[in-house]
Ligand binder design. Sequence first.
Ligand SMILES: Nc1ncnc2c1ncn2[C@@H]1O[C@H](COP(=O)(O)OP(=O)(O)OP(=O)(O)O)[C@@H](O)[C@H]1O
Length: 353
Amino acid sequence: MAGRDAVLAELKQITDPASGQDIVAAGLVRALTVEHGAVRFVLEIDPARAQAMEPLRAEAEARVSALEGISTVSALMTAHSQKAPPDLKPARKAEPQGPQPVPGIARIIAIASGKGGVGKSTVAANLACALAAEGRRVGLLDADVYGPSQPRMLGVSGRPASPDGKTILPLRNHGVTMMSMGLMTNEDQAVVWRGPMLMGALQQMMMQVQWGALDVLLVDLPPGTGDVQLTLTQKFAVDGAIIVSTPQDVALLDARKGIDMFKQLKTPILGMIENMSTHICSNCGHEEHVFGHGGVASEAEKLGVPLLSEIPLHLDIRIASDGGAPIVVAKPDSAQAAGFRHVARNLIAKGLA
Ligand SMILES: Nc1ncnc2c1ncn2[C@@H]1O[C@H](COP(=O)(O)OP(=O)(O)OP(=O)(O)O)[C@@H](O)[C@H]1O
């Protein structure tokens, strides 16, 4: 009894007039089944040629019927699909999502420290105000969720509004547009921030806050090398990081870790700032090196990064911050403000802010 091969061999005797090939080679024969002498197949043809192809269909049926042991033959004509088969391959290879710029924000500078309490927020607040005083459009994002201090330092209170439920209106004082991640939670609510939550909150702060057009956004990071640092540098085009440290060995050790992390993440280190460099007595002006002196300078040299400034430990700096007007605003011409203003001018001169 003729099997599938014999049927195909018979069909190959018929020529497709359109292509000049036999109808099997031309791909017209589809869905061929041969079961107990019953043969079924489909001739898939261009619908415009349906009538012209009827004799060919009849011939195919007749030829196969004539084979030994074949009892029934059913040859149907179907129009081949006009639509191209779905392309299951993605149109483009998924591009790795590298750091993205934030629309409207020309530059992003991270203010970081390896260790808590070294004055990173004080530096961020003063730098922001000093840059604003130089006429720059400055934003300050307080991403230190564990100890948000910018609202107090910049003297802003109240909660940011979100009139449409999508965008967040930032707060503003001393010419600085400010938003704090700490303001997104209830003050009396102790929040345990988990990695994904932090990442989501940071993205929201960067993209949904109505920063307006900014020359520079300073990001006051939490101390250390954690999820916020990673998310910021991996998702957003950070132009550089400033590392704040006190001259103590322990602070320097942690600062080194921070610098290593930024280097690995390919974020340029703009420089280090030594804070609480020397203590200047507010009564007699006597200068004392409470935490040692020059440690950051020698570390910066070792690491090949600039030392941007040495900020003294001075009561006025703390009082000004606690009072909601950083020293560069409260006493812009004081020696204590000079270091911050110098850094701000330097950043502007280098086109970094
Ligand atoms: N140069 C300075 N002179 C006097 N006081 C300072 C100086 N720098 C910081 N302080 C004070 O030290 C305290 C800690 O500073 P700040 O909050 O800026 O540190 P931080 O590194 O941001 O801390 P955290 O990591 O906890 O956020 C504040 O009370 C601040 O006013």
